[in-house]
Design a protein around this ligand. Structure first.
Ligand SMILES: Cc1cc2nc3c(=O)[nH]c(=O)nc-3n(C[C@H](O)[C@H](O)[C@H](O)COP(=O)(O)OP(=O)(O)OC[C@H]3O[C@@H](n4cnc5c(N)ncnc54)[C@H](O)[C@@H]3O)c2cc1C
Length: 373
């Protein structure tokens, strides 16, 4: 089978890897847009503390988090150890003990069905600070041991290398898919028609622009995120947990004394790939108010990425109705590094004509969506 994958972010890389592992002939097309979400993403893999209310969204995030150890095992068996994935645990911190208790109860309820949540422990401010020393000294926390972090760019590159090793051909260029009234479709890369039995559209925030067909508009828009990488020279950050305050901001540590703090969630910016004064101030103010010990850290990097936000905030994962072989895998928004590797495995199954275990009806890409643009 000849399959084209459009987009080489975490979703397209995973799709290509799983397809190549199943023996398909894959061409992976990518345009290297500035603001690829995977290159900017923080890397929190922890759905269990989320306060989100959409069960379908949660199901996919939880399946994604659960799939990580299996994927890492598969890559290791392929001789690839550089996955960027580590189980570090997470601290949900809050100014009130009652809010912390609520978080702990939510995580414990989820653990009843999902053992991967791990141990759930309420900590006093001093205990929380021992785990993440820059934290303020007056907030309690709940600690969840199952949380993990991933360096999305490293995992993407590892899956791409493994896919190439199994014959995937990479092509740089801009893909366009045209669907006719009778459901047939064609793919062109920079204007050249490319024959294929199936195509997987994993073009992130740019996905709506790939389908050149007014009959199948994809309800995906960019949501800009600005995120800052700090360094605390000399700090041994390897075992520091992810810190999740209430609200959208967070911080997480990587091995090289690096602490990533983020991020803005900006609608209506289009693909304006800039660091803004207000964005930077918001990210640093939020981080330092929760972890004053970061005030003296070095600013090492500032990244900007476009999350693929679906208009109803639910991912688009499945075959396009009436267009056999046309698969969509996008709209994973702020949790695409959590869902992406698993979603790629599901998209690969669909492209091979198989039926995945997961009930995909809530994620139907052909649904009509009304929401914020
Ligand atoms: C600041 C920030 C923080 C985040 N933090 C987290 C987090 O902690 N945890 C989490 O789970 N998720 C997080 N996310 C979300 C996550 O990063 C994204 O949801 C995920 O990376 C999306 O991956 P993707 O492969 O769908 O898209 P992308 O990574 O954006 O890749 C899409 C690719 O498609 C290519 N493309 C587009 N159009 C075409 C075309 N026509 N032809 C060829 N190629 C094309 C682009 O050039 C790009 O390379 C964060 C995102 C941001 C921005």
């Amino acid at each position: 089978m000849e399959i084209i994958v459009v987009g080489a972010g975490i979703v397209g890389a995973s799709t290509a890897y799983h397809l190549a592992a199943a023996g398909a002939r894959v061409t992976l097309v990518d345009r290297a847009d500035e603001g690829q979400a995977t290159a900017a993403g923080a890397g929190i893999v922890c759905p269990w503390l989320s306060r989100g209310t959409d069960p379908a969204r949660y199901r996919l995030a939880s399946a994604g988090a659960r799939y990580y150890p299996e994927l890492v095992g598969r890559l290791n068996a392929d001789g690839r150890s550089d996955t960027g994935y580590a189980r570090t645990g997470a601290l949900a911190v809050a100014g009130s003990a009652e809010r912390v208790r609520e978080s702990a109860e939510r995580a414990r309820r989820r653990r009843a069905d999902e053992p991967e949540v791990g141990e759930v422990t309420v900590l006093d401010p001093g205990e929380a600070r021992r785990l993440f020393p820059p934290l303020r000294d007056d907030w309690p926390a709940v600690h969840v041991t199952g949380a993990a972090r991933v360096d999305g760019a490293r995992l993407r590159d590892t899956m791409l290398a493994a896919a190439e090793r199994r014959g995937t051909v990479r092509r740089s260029g801009s893909a366009r898919v045209t669907v006719t009234e009778d459901g047939r479709w064609t793919v062109a890369v920079d204007g050249d028609a490319v024959p294929a039995d199936a195509v997987v559209l994993a073009a992130g925030a740019w996905s709506a622009g790939v389908l050149a067909s007014p009959a199948t508009p994809l309800p995906v828009v960019p949501q800009r995120g600005q995120i800052v990488h700090l360094r605390l020279p000399g700090a041994d950050t390897r075992r520091w947990p992810i810190v999740l305050p209430e609200g959208d901001h967070y911080m997480l540590a990587f091995d090289d004394s690096r602490i990533v703090v983020g991020a803005t969630r900006e609608h209506g910016t289009g693909f304006d790939h800039r660091v803004t004064a207000a964005g930077l101030r918001e990210v640093l103010d939020e981080a330092i108010s929760v972890a004053p010990g970061l005030a003296d850290a070095t600013v090492a990097d500032i990244r900007v990425g476009f999350r693929p936000a679906s208009l109803d905030e639910r991912p688009l994962l499945g075959a396009v109705a009436g267009a056999p072989g046309l698969i969509v895998a996008t709209g994973f928004g702020p949790t695409g590094l959590t869902m992406g590797p698993y979603a790629g495995a599901v998209a690969a199954e669909l492209a091979l004509g198989r039926t995945p275990e997961l009930d995909l009806s809530p994620y139907d890409p052909s649904r009509v969506v009304e929401g914020r643009g």
